[in-house]
Design a protein around this ligand. Structure first.
Ligand SMILES: O=C1O[C@H](COP(=O)(O)O)[C@@H](O)[C@H](O)[C@H]1O
Length: 242
């Protein structure tokens, strides 16, 4: 289902509320969280609400969605570092509560199995996804298979270009490491957040019946998956989409 909110702040409020609900109600909360620009405000609001949930937050586990291959987690622009700055540093999380891809590992297949095994033994209860400018989810690029496991992927030209905004200086990116679309879909609850005018065109494509299936389109039609859009991102949609 699509929910359209007036603005980015309202989207963030709703997401923060959902995250809080899962912390309070999931027996073993396991979150899979996108990094990037879109969820920043949601994490800020969530962390503010967590000031009074110190005990419950200790039960939270966070699993990696994706990472750039070859980029160290301490580097500005790595998915880990973005999440660290936007969330992990704002709530009392221990290192043991976070299971993340190491994009600099020499054995990347082993990294994939590490995250797959974690997801097998700790079902994801809440996933927050963003959508790439080309419709990617995590780093599952257009044209990739709907996998039930993590994999190392070739980044598209668009992703490599758009991702430069995360880095302080021009950075060579060729590959990514990501969980599979089916691992996202199997989460108990998934919210896909898309905000801003710059995403309006990809939102239109995702909700049109194009013959080329985009990764974000694989998340459509599942009862437990909602798309949260602001008006700017939803501007090309009409009542038939709601
Ligand atoms: O490359 C990525 O892009 C998407 C969207 O990023 P945003 O900065 O436009 O919010 C992100 O959700 C994904 O995790 C990341 O790998």
């Amino acid at each position: 289902m699509i929910k359209v909110f007036s603005n980015e702040d309202d989207v963030a409020n709703e997401i923060a509320k959902e995250m809080q609900w899962h912390i309070q109600n999931d027996e073993n909360p396991v979150f899979c969280l996108a990094s990037g620009s879109t969820p920043k405000k949601s994490y800020k609001k969530f962390s503010e609400q967590m000031e009074h949930e110190q005990t419950r937050i200790k039960r939270l586990k966070v699993v990696s969605l994706d990472e750039w291959v070859g980029i160290d987690r301490t580097s500005e622009g790595s998915c880990y570092q973005m999440l660290y700055q936007d969330l992990f540093s704002l709530i009392p999380l221990d290192d043991e509560q976070i299971e993340f891809f190491d994009g600099t590992a020499t054995d990347l297949e082993k990294e994939c199995r590490k995250i797959d095994n974690f997801i097998l033994s700790n079902s994801i209860t809440f996933s927050l996804m963003g959508v790439g400018m080309n419709g990617h989810i995590g780093l599952n690029e257009p044209g990739s298979a709907v996998l039930g496991h993590s994999s190392v992927v070739d980044l598209s030209k668009n992703t490599k270009e758009v991702a430069q905004k995360y880095f302080l200086r021009p950075t060579v990116l060729e590959k990514g490491i990501t969980i599979g679309l089916n691992q996202v879909i199997r989460s108990k609850r998934v919210v896909v957040a898309v905000t801003g005018e710059r995403k309006a065109d990809i939102v239109r494509k995702v909700f049109s019946n194009s013959e080329h299936r985009l990764p974000a389109q694989e998340l459509l039609g599942h009862d437990h998956i909602d798309f949260f859009l602001d008006k700017a991102a939803a501007q090309y949609l009409d009542a038939t989409h709601m």
